[in-house]
Design a protein around this ligand. Structure first.
Ligand code: FAD
Length: 300
């Protein structure tokens, strides 16, 4: 990817400045001036802010782009992590770190289900990761920021299976191994424990009520959610520069002539699946066309 972009730029005579951390961007009557942290300056008739969001600072995210846009009259909406692992109290997931399970995860708040995702869940220290769980991070943060509590309900047995029939077929199987093959062993043991069932008992000795309790946990284990991982571990930033300040047909600022923006610095975030990269590339392409049109038609 990097080579495809870098080599095409080289071949078309684009001058590349590296280690040029823009700390100030000002507009005068005729053009823009960008000032780097080390004092270097460049002038240009147009400026494109595509500095990304706040996620993964170790990869270069700094948040400086928001300040540059704000300084040129743009509204910056509150930002919070999206696509990030969910945080839970430590107790429910204690001892499950590293366990992967397939199933459905539903975000609950205010007595209703906000969103369900199917796929892999990965248990972590005081949290749940994996694509299905991470997809819920945006709504978790939105919900908590609005002052409402939330929880996730895990369905670890999406395919119908009768536990009483299983107990009848495997009457001597000790409960510590009873759920093997349905869920990973340690997870099965955690569910048996959460159902208040003695691990050493044989399955055939369980009452119907105990089996029902276990079934309810397998299909609807509900765990409170206290937040998500922060920007250091998140993949995407929700919020950012308001789209109301841009003409989306050219990604051109409505506040400052000759200013353009693209990518994650704007108030756009998508699910897992390449949508964020797609937005970065599509908006950059539209901005490039917008800049070309601006330089030839609006301010030649
Ligand atoms: C771990 C991880 C995994 C991801 N996985 C996916 C995925 O599978 N699919 C998907 O669609 N998206 C994914 N994303 C999100 C996706 O990478 C971003 O949405 C996308 O790269 C945003 O593109 P951008 O060009 O707007 O910003 P970025 O790619 O962040 O680029 C911004 C650049 O601007 C530079 N910069 C910042 N401030 C300044 C400044 N003041 N002066 C000069 N330069 C500056 C930064 O150093 C950086 O190089 C992932 C992100 C992370 C962190």
């Amino acid at each position: 990817m990097l080579d495809a972009l870098r080599l095409t730029c080289d071949e078309r005579g684009v001058e590349t400045l590296t280690d040029f951390r823009v700390t100030a961007l000002a507009r005068s009557q005729a053009d823009f001036e960008a000032v780097a942290a080390d004092g270097r300056r460049i002038r240009a008739r147009c400026a494109l802010v595509c500095t990304g969001g706040l996620a993964a600072p170790k990869l270069g995210a700094s948040g400086e782009g928001y300040k540059l846009l704000e300084g040129l009259g743009h509204a910056i909406l509150p930002r919070f992590p999206a696509i990030a692992a969910l945080r839970t109290p430590p107790e429910p997931v204690r001892g499950l770190k590293g366990i992967r399970a397939e199933g459905e995860i539903t975000l609950l708040s205010g007595g209703g289900a906000l969103r369900t995702e199917a796929g892999e869940m990965l248990f972590a220290d005081a949290g749940i990761s994996g694509i299905a769980a991470m997809q819920l991070a945006r709504q978790v943060n939105e919900t908590l920021r609005a002052g409402r509590s939330c929880a996730v309900r895990l369905n670890l047995m999406p395919e119908a299976l009768s536990l009483p029939e299983r107990a009848k077929a495997l009457p001597k199987r000790r409960m510590e191994d009873f759920l093997n093959g349905i869920v990973p062993k340690r997870l099965g043991q955690a569910l048996v424990k959460a159902a208040g069932i003695d691990m050493a008992r044989p399955a055939g000795a369980l009452t119907r009520a105990e089996l029902e309790r276990l079934h309810n946990l397998l299909t609807g284990w509900t765990i409170p959610v206290t937040g998500t991982q922060g920007f250091d571990q998140a993949q995407v930033t929700a919020g950012g520069a308001s789209l109301k300040d841009f003409d989306a047909r050219a990604m051109r600022s409505l506040r400052c002539p000759g200013l353009f923006a693209a990518g994650e610095v704007l108030d756009v975030d998508g699910d897992c699946g390449g949508f964020n990269l797609q937005w970065a590339w599509s908006s950059a392409l539209i901005a490039a066309e917008g800049i070309e049109a601006y330089l030839t038609e609006v301010a030649p």
